[in-house]
Design a protein around this ligand. Sequence first.
Ligand code: FAD
Length: 484
Amino acid sequence: MSRDYNVIIIGSGPAGFSCAMQSSKFDQQVLVVESHEEHLGGTWINTGTVPSKSLREAAKTILEFNEQFGDDEAKKPYERFKMADLLQYKQQILEKENQKVKNDLIKNNVDVARGMGRLKDEHTVDVVTHYGTTETYTADYILLCTGSTPSQPETFSIDHDKILDYKSILDLTHIPRRLAVVGSSVNAFEYATIFASLGTRVTLLCERTDYLSFLDEEIKEHLQKSLNKKGITVKDNISVQEVEFNPLLNNTEVKYRANNGDDRLQVLETEHVLYIGSRQPNVHDIGLEDVGVATDEKNFVAVNETFKTNIDSIYAAGDIVGFPRLASASFSQGRLAACNMFGIPTLEVPEQIPYGIYSIPEISNIGLSEQQAKEKGFDVTVGRAYFKNIAKSNMTNHDEGLLKLVFDTNSLKLLGVHILGDEAANLIHLGQSVIAFDGDVRYFIQQVMNYPTLSEAYRIAAFNGVNRVYKTGTKYHSLLKEED
Ligand SMILES: Cc1cc2nc3c(=O)[nH]c(=O)nc-3n(C[C@H](O)[C@H](O)[C@H](O)COP(=O)(O)OP(=O)(O)OC[C@H]3O[C@@H](n4cnc5c(N)ncnc54)[C@H](O)[C@@H]3O)c2cc1C
């Protein structure tokens, strides 16, 4: 039976974009349905990854400038720099990235329909356009990738003036003097350090105690020290009861209670509040129930390892399928969905993927933490390199942090890499390659690496770890022999 397209993709974020590109390379006819009137690229380009990271880069440059050349006693960054300039910088990048997506789709003959996509049956999608008309398209396959939206606070409302969310923070007209960030997620820590770098006095209000629990404990301790150094106050294990602007005092009051049984209501006076909620899948009104697409207990669309739902012609990828809800993973998932639809044998998403926290400084990790490796029964050795001992870090005035290798004492096989420091999210990929190829820490000792670079941290950490094994009695000679 002839259908309009080989695949209809609902959503143009990283999952949809990569599925469209891969499908078009397989010579398939592709339609992308996007509900946003102007932009393609979803949360990735318009409200999440790209804007927050562009803002971060601008704030980091200001921090670097101030630390190297500024007189921070006399003037805070917020007195020297304007939010409008920072946002303008972000806007330029956003527009470039948007244009790139548009061009790539045009170059690859991908059609785009603007409007709300909704499943009509297993092969049919209705698109309700912005003019109120409905267009109907059919395809052999459908990819659902409508992304996710952060939840709203339960005890107060976002007014987008004093009380902001991840979208309205991008419309701020000035750099606030004081900011309370409510949230425990990666993005909460990112925004806290971005504004602290601009001189804002930041308080992080985390409802949880086990925030960022996927981090190696030692890295989390370093993060806490780093936050202290930046003057960021972290109040964890609390419940925010109310947030309200007080016009008489011209400040925003956050009322909260500790979760430890202490019933006293505490009040934090601040200028703005940024709420970062947990992200919920965009499954509302996309026709899942009508067609019988199954979801899990948290409402994420249930898929198998090929990203197929319980309906043979319907796939799903990106935030809508749940963990890890990252642009990085969504790119892979969308591409793999295309490969699976069109019968091109391919690998699954690798078991080990890197995680990046774009705080200032960055944090990144892959593989097992020291604690996890021990729990799994490995005889664990760790090797550390402190950024203060790396020439490049000193040259660039980024001497905060460390790189930690976790490896098996007997085989020297690399089990995990954990970094807090400048360029951590970039640096992690060297460790990722060694883990992917089942390598061991001798790689970092035996290969010649460019100097001076931050990658020197791998060499120093490997020597540090191997020296630790040597001290337990293993001969250095046998340690460094390739065939062992
Ligand atoms: C503040 C913030 C910072 C982030 N930083 C990072 C980071 O540094 N690194 C990282 O890897 N990830 C980051 N993320 C996460 C990342 O943005 C998401 O994981 C990623 O965008 C998810 O991709 P997706 O394709 O599933 O959906 P999205 O990018 O959300 O795209 C979904 C698209 O579907 C459209 N849509 C929704 N419903 C319909 C419908 N019915 N019909 C038609 N179109 C529809 C939406 O308009 C949207 O364009 C961040 C997220 C946030 C909020």
